[in-house]
Design a protein around this ligand. Structure first.
Ligand code: HEC
Length: 158
């Protein structure tokens, strides 16, 4: 009887250990597999889920891109100095003195014209004078023309 009892106890122990071991294995399998299956699907190229579903271009990208363009344009206008403006539209006549244009840096010639004052010279430049077409044939604003004339007067030590 004791043999049978021992066998029963032994069988029960085997069954109990088997159940426990199986439970642990199932538990470990679930514990181990769930994240592996999840990250495996998403992490194939070291990407997070957020990376994978991120749109190629967002509204922010577009708005920021536009801002960048606007900033670049603003900077371009802001970096044009009166000297740059002079070089671009006025130097052709005023550096050589063609058609009797008052030469840049010629104090004596500019002194005779400075009597008109900055505003008077600006009006000449806006309307044109003698051989000089209106605005020196440029598309400059009055402010830009004024800044160039100030530059011309400074160069003539006036
Ligand atoms: C096509 C040649 C030409 C260009 C380009 C030109 N000028 Fe002149 N400018 C002249 C001539 C010629 C005069 C002299 C006009 C006169 O007194 O008969 C003159 C005179 C002036 C005067 C003196 C006006 C006065 O009342 O005495 C100013 C100021 C002036 N130019 C500014 C400019 C500026 C600024 C630019 C560029 C935006 C420019 N000019 C471009 C030919 C030119």
């Amino acid at each position: 009887m004791s043999e049978i009892k021992n066998n029963d106890w032994g069988s029960n122990l085997v069954i109990a250990v088997s159940i426990l071991a199986t439970s642990i294995l199932i538990y470990l399998a679930i514990l181990g597999n769930t994240p592996v299956a999840y990250t495996g699907a998403v992490n194939s190229a070291n990407e997070t889920l957020a990376d994978r579903i991120r749109p190629v271009v967002t509204l922010d990208d577009i708005l920021n891109a536009d801002e960048t363009v606007v900033q670049a344009e603003t900077t371009e206008v802001a970096t044009k100095t009166p000297a740059d403006l002079y070089q671009a539209a006025c130097m052709a006549c005023h550096t050589t003195g063609v058609a009797n244009a008052p030469k840049l840096g010629d104090n004596a010639v500019w002194a005779t014209r400075a009597g008109l004052g900055l505003e008077g010279l600006l009006q000449s430049a806006i309307k044109g004078k003698g051989a000089m077409p209106p605005k020196g044939a440029s598309t400059y604003s009055d402010e830009e023309l004024r800044s160039v004339i100030e530059y011309m007067l400074t160069e003539a030590n006036l």
